[in-house]
Write a protein that binds this ligand. Sequence first.
Ligand SMILES: O=P(O)(O)OC[C@H]1O[C@@](CO)(OP(=O)(O)O)[C@@H](O)[C@@H]1O
Length: 262
Amino acid sequence: MARSLPQPHVIYLTRHGESVGNVKKIFLDPEEDVLSKSGELQVELLGKYLSREKITRVYSSDYPRAIQTANAIVRHSANMVQLDVKTDVRLRERNIGVFEGKSYREAIEGLLKSGGGDLMAFNPEGAEKMKDVGARMNSFFKEVCLDLDKSEREQEVVVIVSHSFALIKLVDTLTKSGTYRLAHWDQNRGYKLLRNASFIKISVGSLEDNVEDLSTLPGQRKLDFLNLHETEHLRGLVENDTLVKFTQTSSEAKAFSGCIQS
Ligand SMILES: O=P(O)(O)OC[C@H]1O[C@@](CO)(OP(=O)(O)O)[C@@H](O)[C@@H]1O
């Protein structure tokens, strides 16, 4: 008789709520940047939405805007599991080098001066290389997956709070590394920077039990992208000015999106 497969674990990749730096469109000192008033509202809605899940782990970058977001998620969680926010420096936003303290516009001007192209491929002086951002994010994700393998729980529901460049670079490495088999992946929608307090929901399953599929490599996992860039839970902000930010595509946003290179 076929034995039942274990329930896949779930990982939510979420970007923090809107920060003061996001409103001012300035790369503020990451240790100083905190949630804006709208950001506080967004993370409440995110927390409320996620309270339907039995969250078992919450990880966050150690920057204040991410920790505030993670704390809101924990505060709303009605789960019996004792949740602590575990911070990890690998979840930080890309260090933007000489553009720290400068406006997004100045970064775009710097990009144009350097020949234009995708902001993701822009390497300002002193900035962390995008491929290094991908490597640290990927190492974190892999570690979480290995931890989930050891879990005695029937199902783990993990929330990871991080940042725009860091998360999209993670998604990029997950979809291109060959370590994972993807389901419901839509690259046209997927390779976009995450809006504040939006999430990507992924179910993580093992493929090893699937003996009929001989193309499966040992240790390979199935990542099923259940939601991409979800913002439905933020609908409550429709009456708020914040919605303008959610519905308009600014020139900056256009410059930030697009294909991602190291
Ligand atoms: O989505 P918007 O508000 O345009 O902000 C994106 C920018 O915000 C920053 C911080 O200044 O990321 P994040 O808020 O995700 O930490 C930049 O790295 C990124 O370019």
